[in-house]
Design a protein around this ligand. Sequence first.
Ligand code: EPU
Length: 343
Amino acid sequence: MSQPSHKQIRTGVSLKSHNSFQIDAKAAYWADIFEQSDMVRLMDTAIFHDQPRYILGGGSNTLFMQDYPGLIIKTRIPGISVINENDREVVLRVGAGVVWDDLVRHSVERGWGGLENLSMIPGETGAAPIQNIGAYGVELESVFVSLDAVDLTTGDTKIFDREMCRFGYRDSIFKRELRGKCLITAVTLRLSKQHRLHLEYGNLKEVLAADGITDPGIQDIGLAVRKIRSSKLPDPAVTGNAGSFFKNPVVSQDQFQKLRESHPEIPSFPAGSQIKVPAAWLIDQCGFKGKRLGDAGVHERHALILVNHGKATGRELIGLAKSIRQEVRDRFGVTLEPEVNIV
Ligand code: EPU
């Protein structure tokens, strides 16, 4: 095995600008991947094999508890290319390092529909399938065709179609059996030129109506989603945060009936044969909105968002998350699971 080339592996790299919580931690080793062959070469180094490793996209869903003692692999693979197009649809191949919202804007501007409800989600395209990102009634899987990944055991390139990804609510095989075992290099998506609009979630329709829009196009929806998100979610460039900290818990019909007896006003959404309850509502009921524990806090406009008001450490944020989890469990008998990766 060769020693790492200086060009490829750096040491003692600050993670502060690479995680949206803006946690001031350091990585012992760091490698940038600009193309697939960089990954294959990295696999030829002792550091890759001897050290723990973590693949980082935009860092918008990662909470570093402390300095990372191993190798951070950062995807930077660029490019949006049309690989197929007719008068009904367009198929795009997108590099894993493309900023997700740049892709959304690129598509909406060209009249390609399917991503408009997913406007303004932080992070990069390669990470989108891992947790099957979703917002305002749409999930990534609805436009997903396939992805390319390097198998980190063999170095081979594999193609995963939709079925192989086993998508679920904020879930896929890459969070389970294949966690940390593949580097996603490109994602292929099918967008439409004959649009099917999704307006049913939350106050999307009302926001459009308030702007006098009765017959919206994808541009209008994209703008409305941006408006809603900016009105209640903090901008990670200003206040460190990773969007929703917990997933919305899914409970059985029985458990939901009991919750509704004691709390008739509880909001809910169907989730197959079960019921999804908004974690934000549960946390809000426990009085955490706007609370602070040192510099770790709960956002004042949305109870599901944990924020770093300045110098919070990963441990402080975890401490706050633990109290929230405990309180929600004591009060409602529901266990919240983090959506964020804790490293
Ligand atoms: N609510 C409260 N208190 C609050 C905030 C919300 O009671 O402080 C209630 C609302 O009244 C509403 C319910 O909770 O009845 C749901 O709130 P919201 O519509 O804001 O959505 P959410 O379920 O909290 C999910 C996603 C978001 C996504 C929005 C919009 C998860 C974990 N989160 O949030 O995704 O933007 O829906 O589709 O599924 C993310 O994953 O980082 C993220 C921001």
